[in-house]
Design a protein around this ligand. Structure first.
Ligand code: ZN
Ligand code: ZN
Length: 358
């Protein structure tokens, strides 16, 4: 935590202080896991202002921060807190703070110059520490085990919602965990919608079943997709599954630190485009994961062209979605390493392993 504060302070430059209110950023910098509070950080001060519910918790979790007991009246105390810090030019998180909150801060602290900032903490969060990577590995390991346990019960008559419940049960029984996000189980035509909602209909035989799930461990999110088939798939499944797998493997083989987010996306996209399915891969190749399920960087054609760095945790999830047939997506979680990538996800992804005998 100390190092994270040091890096943020180095990025303050022309600012006297910054107010952090975005929940994952607040947790990342302070260690505080509560649901409400503001960090006020200058070169010499680090305050955590929150309400009565969290006074004890802040002292336990956020040891590098001084607690400011502001009750539910942060805005009222804001001018005093900033005056104590000698802060005149103060940054706020433009992506997160609401217009209404900013207006109320301007009213109560009219002498402060409020400066919008973007991505100061989000950029720091993209490169994971050794301990963050250990937590992600734990989350991925539990995800792999829960996937094996839950899909073991998949048979004719199982519904999408049954399978979602089987994943939740497995996460709970294996390690007392909960899902990192709303689990997706989408069979047949539903799988053509990348973020489909599970239904009560029994999963038919022979159609692709897109399953996207992950465990949440100590605030860190695992994220994995596999596409299974109950019984024998048709030739189209075999052809398209192999194509998506090749696209996934092209990215795993090709990604290097220093390559841009756009170049990484192109590694998989070019494989799918060359086979004539480019129009059916309508989302980015992947995204950063950590304290949020979707965080920087984003690998997509529309990304800014930022180079990938050693220590980034990213998903690789090419997919093909045909509205009159269904979808196939294969998603792994990786760490960018000096010589390439380390693939954390261990659930098998060869074609034969996706076929569940009936
Ligand atoms: Zn996913
Ligand atoms: Zn994902």
């Amino acid at each position: 935590m100390t190092q994270r504060l040091t890096y943020l302070r180095e990025s303050l430059k022309d600012l006297d202080a910054i107010v952090i209110s975005q929940p994952e950023n607040r947790r990342y910098l302070s260690g505080f896991t509560g649901s409400a509070g503001f960090l006020l950080i200058s070169k010499d001060h680090a305050l955590l202002a929150t309400d009565f519910r969290y006074y004890t918790q802040v002292k336990q979790e956020a040891r590098n921060f001084d607690l400011a007991e502001v009750g539910y009246e942060f805005t009222k105390h804001l001018p005093d807190l900033l005056a104590q810090m000698g802060a005149q030019r103060v940054g706020f998180e433009a992506h997160h703070l609401t217009f209404t909150e900013l207006e109320s801060w301007k009213q109560t602290a009219p002498n402060v110059e409020w400066i919008p900032t973007t991505s100061r903490v989000e950029d720091l969060r993209t490169v994971k520490s050794v301990s963050e990577i250990e937590t992600l590995k734990h989350a991925v390991h539990i995800t792999d085990r829960a996937f094996a346990q839950a899909t073991d019960g998949l048979r004719p008559g199982t519904t999408e919602k049954d399978l979602v419940w089987a994943f939740k049960t497995a996460l709970h029984t294996i390690d007392g965990r909960v899902p990192a996000f709303d689990i997706i189980v989408a069979a047949g035509l539903a799988g053509a919608k990348p973020h489909a909602k599970p239904s009560d209909t029994p999963i038919p035989e022979g159609v692709p079943i897109v399953i996207d799930m992950g465990a949440l461990i100590d605030g860190y999110h695992a994220d994995m997709t596999r596409t299974l088939v109950l019984g024998q798939p048709d030739d189209k499944f075999r052809e398209l599954y192999q194509l998506v797998l090749n696209a996934n493997q092209a990215a795993l083989d090709g990604i290097r630190p220093g390559m841009t987010d756009v170049e990484a996306d192109a590694l998989s996209r070019s494989v799918i485009e060359e086979a004539g399915y480019g129009d059916f891969f309508g989302h980015g190749l992947g995204h950063g994961v950590g304290l949020a399920i979707h965080e920087a960087p984003k690998l997509a054609t529309t990304s800014p062209g930022t180079p990938l760095k050693i220590g980034m945790a990213i998903t690789i999830e090419p997919g093909i979605y045909l509205p009159d047939w269904g979808g196939i997506r294969i998603e792994d979680l990786i760490i960018v390493r000096e010589a390439g990538v380390e693939v954390l996800t261990q659930t098998p992804k060869d074609l034969e392993a996706q076929i569940i005998p009936v």
